[in-house]
Design a protein around this ligand. Structure first.
Ligand SMILES: Cc1cc2nc3c(=O)[nH]c(=O)nc-3n(C[C@H](O)[C@H](O)[C@H](O)COP(=O)(O)OP(=O)(O)OC[C@H]3O[C@@H](n4cnc5c(N)ncnc54)[C@H](O)[C@@H]3O)c2cc1C
Length: 480
């Protein structure tokens, strides 16, 4: 049977499984076929939105029998093109958006069983309604889905305290590449019974199966939150501030986000937001400073935490780490400080876009990375500014090289990306870091995986892929 006949049969069989309301066509299809950064545009033989795990199972079994590839898709907010099909028009795009909803919250066991298509924000809200916290949090939380977050092992804003997606999962349900349902929706915190198979699917970016549900950990909801935006000279001072904050606040630090002077200038120029210049707390720094957003949270003892933030400011100033700062004195001020941090990607976009990097290095190498990275970028493009920001407390920085104002992003990428990005990625790896700290591999960083991972690591990954997905139908062309 030729390919088009085979595809036609698969399309018909899948349409029978989900009915017309489970198929996306016409103008609506476009949004599913391009990634959030518009780096990848694909075509699909069919875009299908199943409602149940049984439907997913039947769809995957149909594709497996026919040898037709499947691209799982959650909220389509991933930064590496993992959820975009290729150009062949022969892949089935399986969007999980209709499989949403929290199945169960066990308030005493502090667990939540949730379907894969649930928007992250909705999962957070459901936990909050039980006075509990689901701590995974990031700028895309209004769109990204639990299944996508687990498949990318998403990090975000609270990793320092609660870990990344991988650390938050107790149980998982996956439709395997042959259509069978692997149901291990365990709520156990202790279960040493052989290999921890769920971890294999977390961070696999849809290459080993389709996640359909998960059991995640919940935490006590903080009753007190204190947020400050400190100003300081540079990243070296930020490293010292982290050390000081950890010494004074320990586990209470729930966010530690770096904003370089360039990133802050982009935000104030392009979003209408203003850098902190006053507040109830200490004086603010002058323009042109780097900033760190520090958030402490805890249960009970509100005054104790407030005192610790002030101590961080006072000792940071005395030790000449800080040049100023603002401590939020109301919920609105707290949100305003967060808005500055969260508007950076949008401000970069409005400023013409950037060549993005998502690196991590050991904390002690962070300042060296920024210094040497700056020199490498200047070699590639003397005019480019660098917007550095991100989850410094986790050793993770977004290191984005801005398009110079007299050119456009496509031209800039064409002229400089290869040289600049290879220098930045090589530098991160040379400093014992990673070329992809939290955004995964997808199709964007496949070559880097091959270049930077050891031969044995790649061999083991390939063996796992081949044994679980022998027909190679799960998201081919991604990761490996
Ligand atoms: C403004 C913004 C801020 C962001 N901030 C952060 C951040 O702080 N930290 C961070 O880590 N990321 C961040 N991201 C990236 C992105 O939001 C995360 O990677 C998120 O986890 C992707 O979820 P998604 O549902 O959109 O997945 P998608 O983009 O749809 O898919 C991502 C990958 O997972 C696979 N996949 C999706 N669902 C499933 C499933 N059910 N089963 C199997 N495979 C599946 C896809 O095939 C693809 O390979 C940000 C993105 C944006 C746009």
């Amino acid at each position: 049977m030729n390919t088009s006949n085979r595809l036609a049969i698969v399309q018909t069989e899948i349409s029978e499984v989900v009915g017309p309301q489970g198929i996306v066509g016409g103008a609506a299809a476009e949004a599913y076929l391009v990634d959030v950064r518009a780096l990848f545009h694909g075509k699909a033989a069919l875009i299908v939105r199943p409602r149940t795990r049984e439907e997913v199972s039947r769809i995957v079994a149909i594709c497996n029998r026919a040898g037709v590839a499947i691209v799982p898709q959650g909220g389509n907010t991933g930064y590496c093109g993992g959820a975009t099909p290729d150009q062949s028009g022969s892949q089935i795009l399986l969007n999980l958006g209709k499989m949403d909803g929290v199945v169960d919250i066990d308030a005493s066991g502090m667990t939540m069983t949730v379907r894969a298509g649930t928007i992250l924000k909705n999962a957070q809200t459901a936990a909050a309604e039980h006075d509990l916290l689901f701590p995974l949090s990031m700028g895309s939380e209004g769109s990204c889905q639990i299944g996508g977050c687990l498949s990318t092992n998403a990090g975000g804003l609270a990793v320092l305290r609660y870990g990344s997606a991988r650390d938050l999962v107790l149980g998982l349900e996956v439709v395997m590449p042959d259509g069978r349902i692997w149901e291990e929706l365990s709520v156990l915190r202790k279960d040493n019974t052989g290999y921890d198979l769920k971890q294999m699917f977390i961070g696999a970016e849809g290459t080993l199966g389709v996640i359909t549900a998960a059991v995640v950990k919940l935490f006590a909801r903080p009753t007190a939150r204190h947020t400050a935006m400190f100003t300081l000279a540079d990243i070296a001072a930020a490293g010292r501030l982290l050390q000081l904050s950890q010494a004074l606040a320990g586990e209470a630090i729930s966010a530690f986000e770096y904003i370089s002077a360039t990133s802050m200038a982009l935000v104030t120029e392009h979003t209408g937001l203003r850098a902190p210049t006053s507040g109830s707390g200490p004086r603010s720094g002058k323009g042109g400073s780097a900033h760190v957003l520090v958030e402490l949270s805890g249960i009970g003892n509100d005054e104790g935490l407030a005192e610790v933030v002030t101590q961080i400011y006072e000792q940071g100033t005395a030790k000449r780490i800080l040049t100023g700062g603002v401590i939020a004195s109301s919920e609105q001020q707290r949100l305003d400080l967060w808005a500055l941090r969260e508007s950076i990607p949008d401000a970069e976009k409005q400023a013409g876009g950037s060549i993005k990097h998502d690196i991590s290095v050991p904390l002690k190498c962070m300042a060296a990375f920024v210094l040497m990275g700056g020199m490498a970028v200047t070699k590639g493009s003397a005019r480019a500014k660098i917007s550095v920001f991100g989850h410094l407390g986790d050793g993770n920085l977004h290191y984005n090289v801005m398009t110079p104002t007299d050119t456009d992003l496509a031209q800039f990428r064409n002229d400089c990306e290869a040289e600049i990005s290879s220098a930045i990625h090589n530098l991160a790896v040379a400093l014992a870091g990673s070329f992809s700290a939290e955004h995964g591999i997808g199709q964007l960083k496949r070559d880097l995986l091959g270049a930077h991972k050891g031969a044995l690591t790649l061999e083991l990954m390939r063996k796992i892929k081949d044994s679980i997905d022998p027909t190679g139908i799960m998201n081919p062309g991604k990761v490996l």
